[in-house]
Design a protein around this ligand. Sequence first.
Ligand code: DUC
Ligand code: ZN
Ligand code: ZN
Ligand code: ZN
Length: 492
Amino acid sequence: MAFDTIVKGGMIVTAADRYIADIGIKDGRITALAAELSGADELIDASGLLVLPGGIDSHVHLSQPSSDASVMADDFESGTRSAAAGGTTTVLAFALQKKGQSLREAVAEYHAQADGKCHVDVSFHLIISDPTPQVLGQELPALIEAGYSSFKVFMTYDDLVLNDRQLLEVFAVAGAHGATVMVHAEGYDAIRFLSEKLEREGHVAPYYHALSRPEIVEREATHRAISHAEITGIPIVIVHVSGREALEQIRWARARGLKVSAETCPQYITLTADDLRDLNMGFEGAKYVCSPPPRDAESQAAIWQGLVDGTLELFSSDHCPFFFQDEDGRGKDTPKARTSFRWVPNGIPGVETRLAILFSEGVSKGRISLEKFVALTATNHARTYGLYPRKGTIAVGSDADLVLWDPNRKETIRQETLHHGSDYTPWEGFEVTGWPIATMLRGSVVMENGQVLNRPGNGHYLTRYTSSAQATANVDWSKALSADTNQSSITG
Ligand code: DUC
Ligand code: ZN
Ligand code: ZN
Ligand code: ZN
């Protein structure tokens, strides 16, 4: 047969256009796009549906240890199962370097947890928490060359924060080797100062988490990160931009000609700080504690403006799943966390609901086009992190990662129908229009009508090329498309 599978008659949408066509798939890749294809072992009828590139979620935390007793509610199996259920076919998760740990050890640790357990394709961003001379001089350059072409740095958290000198040193290595740096921009000292003041005043409920890291804290750190990027001449990605103040800094940087990309997340268009303030300042608000915290209606409007005008190019989940209540004390609701918001783990689950929320709030409500939706949820992630055109589009030669999407289907988000490991969703009862009907990973159906095929191990590890390879571009298709999906040789 010419094809293993033909997806027939759907409305194909890419970041650039939309048209009705058949998709021919052979050996996991798209090998033909035409009005009428025939000759396949399997036909999938997509008439009446949209056919979108599989979602790429470039900001997902799985199996990441915390400095306290909390434990992530998703490992690579459950987290990628949840991704597949929501129409996401590539997850970029984090490999966290603990203080004193070598990067190679960190990467090996995450491979040991992920390999053979993923329902969708995965790749790792490194988190650099200990930039020793050995890390900066040898390990990081070697890993970048080996396809770990992006990493995240933090400007806050006791166990992760880098000082300005360290940020500059790390940025310089990224610049020399063409890696992409993601920055968590919230200022450590300001947060400590405000948190301790709130605690002294007896303001300890989860709501005060939002007041301990107001927009100015994010604005200041965003400006500082941009300045460091300008000094070192590197492009950066400001992740999880929550509101208008940080956006103003990003616009300012772009106007100066700096290469600053920016990401936002579902929580910043759908939640506000008031969600942390449940009736009588009870503890339910902890379900919405994430960092940066959700802001207000005005900031939501600013985020929409940023999505529409292109200031925000990436829409990721920042899936950082904790249990709310867990009898072994590993969740958000612990006796210690009830003494202060400072001990509530920061993060919410969202890898499964990301596409439906943006589709419903964006496309169904007429705020963004279908093409913009695809750019924000797939194409721009592949371009930013060295996976395009193998991932992130529907084109001959690309992996056959597809979502069959019903734009009219109405659903209500419910914990009981989600596939993640957490015991709650922040979007319980949230109504959406538009829903994934099936997810295909490299030509195989991995989810159909909410059922995820029980085949962890379908997902491959992806090595990625560097931003300098991208910029000098002319990314050679044959190279991009043949990049080995198997485990990198540097895991030892
Ligand atoms: N930053 C993240 O990116 N995710 C969760 C918590 C945090 O601070
Ligand atoms: Zn691996
Ligand atoms: Zn962060
Ligand atoms: Zn995150």
